[in-house]
Design a protein around this ligand. Structure first.
Ligand code: NAP
Ligand code: G4F
Length: 333
């Protein structure tokens, strides 16, 4: 039997890199969409690309862009994937207030283009769409599940809500196998450095090594449902192995404040964050979601999925990874 073929948009991102590892380990041939950048940065998948048994054999990268639907269609014709994981797009909520049009083009319109391309495929294709808890924004109910009303509070949340609804419409109207994974925050040592958990874990490690003294942050009263990214990409894969398409919330079910995350991260290096954190208004957003917390009952019952790593363990493992990276190449940071 030939190997299953997956196509990942956003393969160079946090989730894309973990998902690639998971799919390769499960015998897939993985194709990934990469965009041209002035600096060559594929650091999260470099170890796979340079493995002679993988790079160019079971892992193949293709230049393209979400906004270039012609190239996406050509790639689909060429690759003929059976599973598509659509993870790409501008993923920073705060930045979406500064670049709302680009965010909506990448997150909302590009998903529409992808869905239209999928309609033209001759072979059956299953699509995973990376939706987000940001679609709930200021929810009327807690915890949030797949039936909670969408009330986004950011341009990013609006774009994800549009894309999520479109996926539902294309599933119902055209019978496409499309799943929305409504993922709550998931973090890891591969998290981008301008997301708050990674900013904190890096700062805790640098402060412990005497390389930084202050940590500028916005409001600390925000609360999130924080899980561990490698577990969430397993949920993505499980969603596409079902007979019927559906939407799934992926979450830990626990909401923690930034203050609690700071306690855990700085606790891992024996420091008190209060001596280092400084308020900086530029990190405050024009609007914020209310306390978000997910109910992943459906994922547990239908997919056998549940989050194992909770916030304190997550914070600790991120700080330990940043300490190890600092100690391995101290001149780099
Ligand atoms: P990430 O690390 O920011 O990765 C985003 C990926 O999208 C990168 O590979 C990026 O490429 C690519 N990309 C962005 N714009 C593109 C474009 N115009 N054309 C082609 N590729 C483009 O995000 P992540 O944390 O892995 O999240 C994956 C997806 O899940 C995102 O859609 C995010 O919005 C969503 N999500 C994430 C979370 C979370 O907590 N992590 C929760 C809910 C939903 P470059 O490397 O070239 O920048
Ligand atoms: O780490 P954040 O930027 O993550 P946010 O906004 O929750 O978005 C992430 O999770 C979403 C899932 O709900 C994804 F859809 C999205 O793609 C992304 O992965 O901010 C977390 C909280 C916010 O309330 C923010 O205002 O931390 C607060 N915060 C306070 N100071 C800060 C900072 N956030 C950042 N990035 N930087 C700060 O200095």
């Amino acid at each position: 039997m030939s190997a299953p073929v997956a196509f990942i948009t956003g393969i160079t991102g946090q989730d894309g890199s973990y998902l690639t590892e998971l799919l390769l380990a499960r015998g897939y041939v993985v194709h990934g969409l990469v965009r041209r950048a002035s600096l060559f940065n594929r650091s999260r998948i470099e170890h796979l690309r340079h493995d002679p048994a993988i790079g160019g054999r079971t892992l193949l990268l293709h230049y393209g862009d979400l906004n270039d639907t012609t190239s996406l269609r050509r790639l689909f014709r060429q690759i003929r994937p059976t599973e598509v994981y659509h993870l790409a797009g501008q993923s920073h909520v705060g930045l979406s207030f500064e670049i709302p049009e680009a965010t909506c083009n990448e997150v909302a319109n590009a998903t529409l283009g992808l869905l239209e391309s999928l309609r033209d495929q001759e072979q059956p294709v299953k699509l995973y769409h990376a939706s987000s808890s940001e679609i709930f924004g200021a929810p009327a109910a807690a915890p949030q599940n797949e039936d909670t009303a969408l009330r986004p509070t950011s341009p990013y949340g609006c774009a994800k809500a549009f894309a999520t609804n479109l996926c539902r419409v294309y599933r119902d109207a055209y019978g496409l196998f499309v799943c929305n994974g409504i993922a709550f925050n998931h973090e890891s040592p591969r998290r981008g450095e301008n997301f708050v958990t990674r900013k904190i874990s890096l700062a805790a490690a640098r402060i412990a090594r005497g390389r930084q003294s202050e940590l500028p942050l916005g409001h600390l009263d925000a609360a999130r449902d924080w899980g561990y990214a490698p577990e969430y990409v397993d949920g993505m894969w499980r969603a596409l192995q079902q007979e019927r398409a559906g939407d799934y919330v992926f979450a830990t079910g626990e909401s923690r404040t930034l203050g609690e995350f700071l306690d855990a991260a700085f606790g891992a290096v024996g420091r008190d964050w209060r001596a280092h954190v400084k308020f900086e208004s530029r990190f405050v957003r024009p609007a914020e979601p209310v306390r978000l917390v997910g109910d992943a009952t459906r994922a547990r019952e239908k997919l056998g999925w549940s989050a194992q790593t909770k916030m304190s363990a997550l914070a600790r493992l991120m700080v330990e990874a940043d300490l190890a990276a600092l100690d391995a190449s101290p001149e780099r940071r």
